[in-house]
Ligand binder design. Structure first.
Ligand code: E4P
Length: 217
């Protein structure tokens, strides 16, 4: 399973990247706003830091402008993935850009039917939003399962990029179902390491190291 980091904060990306935890990065207009940075500038910095795909989202809602914006974003670096919304115009832009050999991430996916359309339009990644479905009392994980089934039934190569991840359980459940990629905020990825028995066990070992004066160096 690939790990993408869902942020435009350079320091947070760099910290996880140094540990080999970053296979790619996703951004969106809200994350760019939160960073307080210029979209082109911050996206270039991220692309310089990370080898894998970096999703940068268009701002237009009509296909022609989305395509023009996508082409401008693609000039930033070789590892740019153009992110477009799941609308007919977004799918038109997806088809044009993917036919030209570029990576496209189709975002704001909330149904398996939408995911099917995105795959047929040549999407490299489909981004189903788990947390936002959970927020309205629907089952985000069921959507990941449905898309996995539909894509596997027909051999679609579009990668399922589980997005809007809020908890470590979203990551584990996505891995169990077989999502190709998860994108999560750095804090959620970092909290995957927490286990009270690890802390308790280490405390006991440290106490014995001290009591027996065990030294290696
Ligand atoms: C990533 O590509 C998505 O834009 C992001 O995961 C959305 O997350 P949110 O629902 O927490 O804003």
């Amino acid at each position: 399973m690939k790990f993408f980091v869902d942020t435009a904060e350079i320091d947070a990306i760099a910290e996880l990247n140094d540990l080999g935890m970053v296979d790619g990065v996703t951004t969106n207009p809200s994350l760019i706003k939160k960073s307080g940075r210029d979209i082109i500038e911050v996206t270039k910095e991220i692309c310089d830091l990370v080898e894998g795909p970096v999703s940068a989202e268009v701002t237009a809602i009509d296909a022609d402008t989305m395509i023009a914006e996508g082409r401008k974003l693609l000039e930033i670096a070789e590892n740019i993935t153009v992110k477009v919304p799941l609308t007919w115009d977004g799918l038109k832009a997806c088809k044009t850009l993917s036919d030209a050999g570029h990576k496209v991430n189709v975002t704001l996916c909330f149904s398996a039917n939408q995911a099917l359309l995105a795959a047929k339009a040549g999407a490299t990644f489909i981004s189903p939003f788990i947390g936002r479905l959970d927020d309205i009392n629907m089952d985000g994980m069921e959507l990941i399962e449905d898309i996995r089934t539909v894509y596997d039934n027909y051999g679609f190569e579009t990668e399922i990029l589980a997005a809007s991840i809020r908890t470590v359980n979203h990551i584990l459940d996505s891995a169990r179902i077989g999502a190709d990629v998860i994108t999560a905020p750095p804090a959620v990825i970092k909290s995957m390491i927490s286990h009270p028995l690890t802390d308790k066990g280490l405390d006991a070992f440290l106490a014995d190291i001290k009591a027996a004066d065990i030294k290696i160096l």
